[in-house]
Structure formats: structure tokens, C-alpha cells
Design a binder for this molecule. Structure first.
Ligand SMILES: Cc1cc2nc3c(=O)[nH]c(=O)nc-3n(C[C@H](O)[C@H](O)[C@H](O)COP(=O)(O)OP(=O)(O)OC[C@H]3O[C@@H](n4cnc5c(N)ncnc54)[C@H](O)[C@@H]3O)c2cc1C
Length: 471
């Protein structure tokens, strides 16, 4: 017997399996008829408007297993939702099942072992608050509302990267539900091939229900933004290029072009200000911080210097108010960069001095320092020999500007692309096709295909930057 689950598409599933699934699921099962449906299918990027047939809000591993088995049995496409921040909207799928992990919020810190176990639905802000209680932190990104799941599985870079590596370099183990419904642990000594693949290979291999991380001794850091006017961007960018390649590993700083948005938490006289920024995070001794920042402070004439001591979670959430809540139109393109030549700087200046909206931006995130201590074949994340992960982000609140910001990001990226390493960070990609995915993984790609073939030969997990199985 078949049962209709979506009146819009007349999508039908096997009734018996639906009953079994509904009975087994501890969390909520949301159909298009449910008044919560639109809220449940809202993700960070408001440009994405997908209509799943079912959204299964999973509360535990058993729910995840039941949802995978149901989707597989009914041949329904399946998407995995962690924090819902993926720019390409890969947390959702049309006419399929969304396995929404957001109710899975367990976090357990072991201060003795300096580890933290995190369930698949957590955001980084939630983890930061739990670890900060113990003067610890796990390297993640630069915005606290991003999901642990997607960020980690793609690699993860942010404020602690030069000192402690990528997020995956601090990952000790995962519990993962496979396409056939089996639950496995993958770590350095168990299912090593799978552990290699999930460290950079995204959600291709299964659903991670819990992550075990090594936490690092980070509590109060010295950091924050220093902003210069746009006419000093040339001097600042050239200085930054040389400085960050040799800077001590406990000093991190990402470079960006910006227009300070109206209503942002930055001082009002700067609203609308067009400039460039370096956002710093120094994890060395606080007594030495002023000395470390002295040469930085001699640069140009900053219009704002907010660098100072602050708790790590405060730095992590400093820009949440600008780039949150969701509802922004978002289109981004990325590439890894080894060297920032003079020609590339000229192009950056051209585009960076003419940002089309207040929220459009370009960021250069350093991925040198400790990232280079791990070999490029040691995890699936291939571009370890780079200096920066560059992202160009078209952002605006008005849906009418979606086309304009996308075109701007593509033009900026196309001009810069010949000056880059050729592949981009998988977590900063839209749906850009197989060639771009191969370019991201370079010589790790074939090994990823082999692991995919072993653990997901029918490509059940294909709503992602997809590694296709070989057969
Ligand atoms: C404002 C903003 C700031 C960002 N800053 C950074 C940054 O500083 N550093 C950085 O590295 N990245 C950053 N990102 C990119 C971010 O890493 C990706 O967008 C990532 O996909 C978000 O993860 P999520 O869980 O929120 O995504 P979701 O949209 O929920 O999921 C995206 C995909 O990840 C996979 N996935 C998620 N959870 C699981 C799981 N438990 N098991 C298996 N697969 C899973 C699935 O394939 C899913 O389709 C940022 C993104 C935004 C929007």
C-alpha cells in the first residue's frame, strides 16, 4: 500500500514502512501539511527555497538509523542538516527526507583528558561555551552560529588554525551511521579508512551522530578587528601578505574588505565606512601581547582598533550580529591561495574598493602554521600546502539583489582564479559541478572514491559536494 506524504507533489511512500518509521521516531516528523513546515525548512541562506517531503527531527542515534532506513527503503533522496549554514543549501532536498540533527545537542567535556564529545546538532557557539568553562577551546571557525557537523567534515578553519591546525586535526573519533543503517566508530585505530575520509570529505560517507575532539588550552585571547580606510588597503594588504607567512603560530589574523553595515554593533560613526580589516587572535602570553601588536599598530592610520584581551567565545561570536540571524541572500565562491602576487593584489583592490552592498565581502583566512604539520595525504583535506583560503561572498538582505550579488562574486572570482591554486574549500562552495569537487581534493580524490564505494556504494548520501562511487 502506498501513502501520499506531500500534497504538493503527490509523493508516495510504502505505508507500512511509514508507520514503522513514525512509531520508531522519538523526535518530530514534519510534513508539508504541518504548520511548522516553513520554519523547519528555513536555513541560513535565504536564496535557497527547497521543499522536502519529510523533515525528521532526530533526537538520538536510533532516530537517525530509522530515518536512513526509511529513506533507503523508499528510494527517497536524503539530506543531512547540522547547523543549516551551508551556502549551497545542502541541508535540504526537494521531494525527499531531511534528517535534521538539530535536537541532538549533547556536549560532554572531560577536563582531565581535555576532550569534548559533541552531538551532531550542535553549533560552535554551544561548544565554545561548554569548553570555555574549563579554559579550553576546539579550533573551529569565526562565527558561532555555524554547525559543528558541516564545518568539521569539510575541514574547518578559524581563529585557532595557525596554532592548533584545522578542526579535523583536533578530531579524535566519530560515531557514524552508514547508508545500510549500521553504526560504526571511526578513529585512528578503528575503521581508519573511514576516519581518513570524513576528515575533509564532507557528509559523503554517513551521518555523524557524535564527534570526539581534542580541546586546546585557550581561554582569554588578545584579539579583535583593526580597521583601516580603503585608500590604505594597498599598503595593508602588502604588509599582511609578508607578515602572516612568517608570524609566530600563536598569532592569527584574517584579512577582509568591508563596508561597515548600518546597524552593526561597531561604533555608529563607522557605519557605511568602506575599508579593510584584519581580525586578530593572539593565543600567546597576555603579558607579551602589547609588544606583539606594537608593529601592527604602527601601520597606516587605523579608524578603529578593537584588539585587546577578551574571552575566546566573545571573539568567536563578535560578528554574529552582522551575519546573523538567517534570512540573508548568500552566494560565495572560493579558492586556495599559495602566494599573493602584486597582480592579484591589484585585482583585490579593484573589486574590494567597489563592494556592491554593505554586506558583500572578501576574506583571506590563513591556513599556514600548524596546518602544514600534517601531510596533504594524511587526511582528505588536500590543500594543506597553501597560505590562505580565500572566499568572495555576495551578501544582501534584499532578495531582489540575489542576481546582482551572485554576478559580482562570480566576476571577482573569475578575475582572481588564474592567480590561485585551482581548487576551493569545499565548505565555501555552491553547487559547482564535479570538476570543482575534483579540483578541491586533487590527488586525494581517487582514494575518496574508493572509500565511498566501500561505505556508500549506492550513493545514498549524495546531497553534498558529492564524491561518486566508482561503479
Ligand atoms: C556565516 C558563515 C560563516 C562561516 N565561517 C566559517 C569559518 O570560519 N570556517 C569554516 O571552516 N567554515 C565556515 N563557514 C562554512 C561552513 O563550514 C559550512 O557552511 C558548513 O557546511 C556549515 O555546517 P552546518 O552543519 O551548519 O551545515 P548544514 O547546512 O547543516 O550541512 C551542510 C552539509 O554538511 C554535511 N553534514 C552536516 N552535519 C553532518 C553530520 N553530522 N554528519 C554528516 N554530514 C553532515 C551534510 O553533507 C550537509 O549537507 C561559514 C558559513 C557561514 C554561513
Amino acid at each position: 500500500m502506498l501513502k501520499a506524504i506531500d500534497p504538493m507533489t503527490s509523493k508516495e511512500v510504502d505505508e507500512e514502512s511509514f508507520q514503522t518509521f513514525q512509531t520508531a521516531l522519538r523526535g518530530d516528523l514534519i510534513t508539508p501539511a504541518d504548520p511548522r513546515y516553513d520554519e523547519a525548512r528555513t536555513i541560513y541562506n535565504a536564496m535557497i527555497d527547497k521543499r522536502p517531503s519529510l523533515i525528521a527531527r532526530c533526537e538520538n542515534e536510533a532516530d537517525v538509523i530509522a530515518a536512513i532506513n526509511f529513506a533507503r527503503h523508499n528510494d527517497l533522496p536524503l539530506a543531512i542538516r547540522g547547523g543549516g549554514h551551508n551556502g549551497a543549501g545542502l541541508a535540504l532536498v526537494d521531494d525527499g527526507v531531511v534528517i535534521d540533527l538539530s535536537p541532538m545537542k549533547g556536549i560532554r567535556v572531560d577536563p582531565e583528558a581535555r576532550t569534548v564529545r559533541v552531538e551532531g546538532g550542535c553549533t560552535w557557539g554551544e561548544v565554545d561555551l561548554a569548553t570555555h568553562e574549563h579554559d579550553l577551546a576546539v579550533p573551529s571557525g569565526i562565527i558561532s552560529t555555524t554547525g559543528v557537523g558541516g564545518l568539521t567534515l569539510g575541514g574547518g578553519h578559524g581563529y585557532l588554525t595557525r596554532k592548533y591546525g584545522l578542526t579535523i586535526d583536533n578530531l579524535l573519533a566519530v560515531d557514524i551511521v552508514l547508508a545500510d543503517g549500521r553504526l560504526l566508530t571511526a578513529s585512528a585505530d578503528e575503521n581508519e579508512d573511514l576516519f581518513w575520509a570524513v576528515r575533509g570529505g564532507g557528509g559523503n560517507f554517513g551521518i555523524v551522530t557524535s564527534f570526539l575532539f581534542q580541546a586546546q588550552p585557550v581561554s582569554t585571547v588578545y584579539g579583535g578587528p583593526i580597521i583601516w580606510p580603503i585608500d590604505q588597503a594597498d599598503e595593508i594588504m602588502r604588509w599582511y601578505r609578508d607578515f602572516i607567512t612568517d608570524a609566530p603560530e600563536d598569532l592569527y589574523g584574517w584579512f577582509g574588505f568591508h563596508r561597515v553595515p548600518t546597524g552593526s554593533p561597531l561604533p555608529e560613526h563607522l557605519h557605511g565606512h568602506h575599508g579593510c580589516v584584519i581580525v586578530w587572535c593572539y593565543t600567546g602570553s597576555l603579558e607579551k601581547a602589547e609588544e606583539v601588536f606594537a608593529p601592527i599598530r604602527r601601520l597606516g592610520t587605523p579608524v578603529l582598533d578593537m584588539a585587546g584581551p577578551l574571552p575566546f567565545p566573545a571573539l568567536q561570536s563578535m560578528f554574529d550580529q552582522i551575519y546573523y540571524p538567517p534570512g540573508l541572500q548568500w552566494y560565495w565562491k572560493a579558492d586556495f591561495v599559495k602566494e599573493l602576487g602584486d597582480e592579484a593584489i591589484e585585482l583585490h583592490k579593484k573589486f574590494g574598493s567597489d563592494l556592491p552592498t554593505e554586506l558583500c565581502t572578501m576574506h583571506l583566512y590563513p591556513i599556514n602554521g600548524a596546518v602544514h604539520n600534517v601531510g596533504r595525504a594524511d587526511t582528505a583535506f588536500s590543500y594543506r600546502d597553501m597560505t590562505w583560503s580565500c572566499v568572495i561572498v555576495g551578501v544582501d538582505r534584499d532578495p531582489a539583489n540575489a542576481g546582482m550579488i551572485s554576478r559580482w562574486a562570480k566576476e571577482y572570482w573569475s578575475a582572481l582564479h588564474p592567480h590561485t591554486a585551482g581548487g576551493g574549500y569545499v565548505n565555501f562552495m555552491m553547487e559547482e559541478g564535479q570538476d570543482r569537487i575534483r579540483a578541491t581534493y586533487r590527488d586525494n580524490y581517487q582514494r575518496l572514491v574508493a572509500v565511498k564505494q566501500k561505505y556508500d556504494p549506492d550513493n545514498l548520501f549524495h546531497v553534498n559536494q558529492n564524491i561518486r562511487p566508482s561503479v
